[in-house]
Design a binder for this molecule. Structure first.
Ligand SMILES: Nc1ncnc2c1ncn2[C@@H]1O[C@H](COP(=O)(O)OP(=O)(O)OP(=O)(O)O)[C@@H](O)[C@H]1O
Ligand SMILES: Cc1cn([C@H]2C[C@H](O)[C@@H](COP(=O)(O)O)O2)c(=O)[nH]c1=O
Length: 204
């Protein structure tokens, strides 16, 4: 089973992933992330840091996804493991249209087409939702900000995420990211366990 965690920068995904390592230890999930599960992830981070052309940047994110599926996700699913990915294809569908609007007539359509036929659809996606100003306050100003960590871009990204969730309510579960970390972890752990039980009892 494939679980993904999505949401704007600073919404609490990595914090939850760390907490799930303990709360789901008995079912031994594989924890992974995009970008960064492969060396292509390093190239993506460089592209973001250098503000590369948005089409080149989008294609690097897609290349990272393909390598991530090949080296981590597919082998783990084939072995019957639960996979939890901190960011996945919905990050592309929410972020890249916010920076590709001037480059392409239909960025989301283009991105969906590129993923068609080979990507794997998650079984459940937890979407962390919180006000952009709170997310930016959490990210802080100590480290140099990536260009995505900007109020205007993140407002657009969050709007895109909410549209994706509205179009696919059977897959998306909205998480109130303003709740206490412990409460979020309890809620998501329970949902994942429930989802794992129902996928085991479903006829194959
Ligand atoms: N529920 C919460 N309440 C208050 N603060 C939180 C909560 N969850 C996470 N934080 C804090 O917010 C900051 C950002 O959290 P985190 O790094 O988990 O976000 P993220 O979604 O993984 O961000 P990014 O996508 O930029 O990597 C951290 O300092 C973390 O301790
Ligand atoms: C997978 C993916 C990520 N991004 C953006 C989102 C973040 O601003 C950065 C890096 O991710 P991190 O969780 O902060 O480490 O990249 C994106 O624009 N498109 C994607 O597909």
């Amino acid at each position: 089973m494939l679980i993904t965690l999505e949401g704007i920068d600073g919404s609490g995904k990595s914090t939850l992933a760390a907490a799930l390592r303990e709360s789901l230890a008995d079912i031994e999930p594989i924890f992974t992330r995009e970008p960064g599960a492969t060396w292509i992830g390093d190239a993506v981070r460089r592209a973001v840091a250098e503000r590369m052309d948005p089409i080149a940047e989008a294609l690097l994110f897609v290349a990272d996804h393909a390598a991530h599926l090949d080296t981590v996700v597919k082998p783990a699913l084939a072995a019957g493991r639960l996979v939890v990915s901190d960011r996945y294809s919905d990050s592309r569908f929410a972020y890249q249209p916010a920076v590709l609007a001037d480059a392409l007539p239909d960025p989301l359509g283009w991105l969906r087409q590129i993923h068609d036929g080979w990507s794997i659809r998650p079984d459940r996606t937890f979407l962390f939702v919180l006000p952009v100003n709170e997310a930016l306050a959490r990210v802080g100003t100590e480290k140099a900000r990536e260009y995505f960590e900007d109020a205007r871009i993140l407002e657009e990204v969050q709007k895109n995420y909410l549209s994706l969730a509205a179009a696919d309510p059977a897959r998306f579960v909205l998480v109130d990211a303003l709740l206490e970390k412990e409460e979020i972890c309890r809620f998501v752990s329970d949902e994942i366990r429930q989802c794992a039980r129902s996928s085991q009892s479903r006829p194959r």
